[in-house]
Ligand binder design. Structure first.
Ligand SMILES: [Zn+2]
Length: 111
């Protein structure tokens, strides 16, 4: 199932859209925020091709995160993970499991 990043030309909000098939991905999705079909696919951001290690490295826990950050399900748990790493805390495998559940569950909620 492909997930693409879009920016709305109408309201300017970024969002990731999950498609159930390649064929569906050819259609123009509607903006989740304003409902207009003015989404432009972002080709410059290959965020989902990045490894988690790379995402963790780029990710700055000190900077402010806007609403769209939390709408991206791939970022769920990232903050906690990075903070734990910085503090030298081992969150253990159960935490990983919880994050995975949160991630997959959030994607389904957005459909
Ligand atoms: Zn919009």
């Amino acid at each position: 199932m492909p997930i693409y990043e879009y920016r709305c030309q109408e309201c300017g909000k970024d969002q990731s859209v999950l498609f159930l098939s390649q064929r569906e991905a050819q259609s123009r999705p509607r903006c989740k925020h304003c409902g207009m079909r003015r989404l432009k696919r972002l080709l410059s951001r290959f965020a989902h091709h990045q490894t988690e290690a790379a995402r963790l490295q780029d990710f700055n826990t000190g900077s402010a995160r806007d609403e769209s950050f939390y709408k991206d399900s791939r970022n769920v748990g990232l903050w906690a993970k990075k903070r734990a790493k910085e503090m030298g805390v081992d969150l253990g495998s159960q935490f990983e499991e919880t994050v995975e559940k949160a991630r997959s569950g959030k994607i389904l909620d957005e459909l």
